[in-house]
Design a protein around this ligand. Structure first.
Ligand SMILES: [Zn+2]
Ligand SMILES: [Zn+2]
Length: 276
């Protein structure tokens, strides 16, 4: 399984001299296994995946959304395959959120928010709304979901590669953003969902010291991410959904502290590729 981090920032795309190392594209990860691919979220990082997709022969794309906040869907109207009639783009959601997948995307892509609407796309577009307990199969990849606390609802997503291809035997990845933790108790259902996966990324918008002033905003801390990862015995942990103003220097300092607590942890950065 190969992961490509097209966007790792949270809340808002950023581009300053202090965002050179980790990047400023918002949430988008490509999960590849055995020639198959699923994309988790369509933040501004999706634009760069789209540029790569038009060069490939592959004409079917599946994008699963954790939820529909703008930092997770804003890349969609700039995704080049949508303007190419040879592509089929399937958009997926799991469980119930405050809005349906179709209403959220069509609402975002309409006046007065955005001038380009669904009717302007040339690709075949399918909206696929799965139940919370459903699993989606895309070739060698199987995707499932776990509801996580976040305003309006959100779901953590898990991709598991099929066990019948030797190179990808049973590899697993959990994408858990956006979510707010309860400081009084660990999220046991998320720990179970993450248990022993090869890699997990988590909403690390804040640190524990900042969290008290941000309760109710729907986000979590990198220390809580490490607590979850260690409780679930995940093999590698990625700090993800960086607060927009976190500079390269701040993220390097967080990474050093995190690695003292869990050596197999790191801060995810845009365009990083990881083989599991
Ligand atoms: Zn977000
Ligand atoms: Zn959100």
């Amino acid at each position: 399984m190969q992961l490509v981090f097209w966007g790792t920032r949270g809340s808002l795309p950023m581009n300053t001299p202090n965002h050179r190392l980790f990047g400023g594209n918002t949430a988008c990860i490509g999960v590849n296994a055995g020639g198959d691919m699923v994309v988790f979220d369509g933040g501004s990082g999706l634009i760069h995946l789209g540029s790569e997709m038009v060069e490939r022969d592959r004409k079917e794309i599946d994008i699963c959304f954790s939820h529909f906040h703008s930092d997770h869907i804003c890349g969609l109207p700039f995704f080049k395959p949508l303007f190419d009639s040879s592509f089929t783009v399937r958009l997926h959601s799991f469980g119930t959120n405050d809005a349906t997948l179709y209403d959220a995307i069509s609402g975002y892509l309409s006046s007065p928010i955005f001038p380009i609407g669904l009717a302007d796309f040339k690709a075949q577009i399918e909206f696929v709304e799965h139940g919370a307990d459903d699993a989606l199969s895309i070739g060698d990849l199987r995707v499932s979901a776990c509801p996580i606390p976040h305003p309006g609802g959100a779901h953590a997503l898990k991709a598991v590669s099929a066990t019948n291809t030797q190179a990808n035997e049973g590899k697993s990845f959990v994408y858990a953003t956006d979510t707010e933790h309860n400081p009084a108790e660990i999220n046991a259902s998320l720990v179970a969902f993450m248990r022993e996966v090869d890699m997990a990324v988590y909403d690390c918008t804040y640190d524990d010291a900042e969290f008290a002033a941000k309760q109710g905003w729907g986000h979590s801390t990198w220390q809580e991410g490490l607590r979850l990862a260690m409780a679930a015995q995940v093999k590698q942990f990625g700090i993800f959904h960086h607060e927009p103003e976190r500079s390269d220097e701040m993220l390097l300092a967080i990474e050093a502290q995190a690695q003292e607590m869990m050596p197999h942890s790191f801060v995810t950065r845009d365009y990083m590729r990881i083989e599991l």
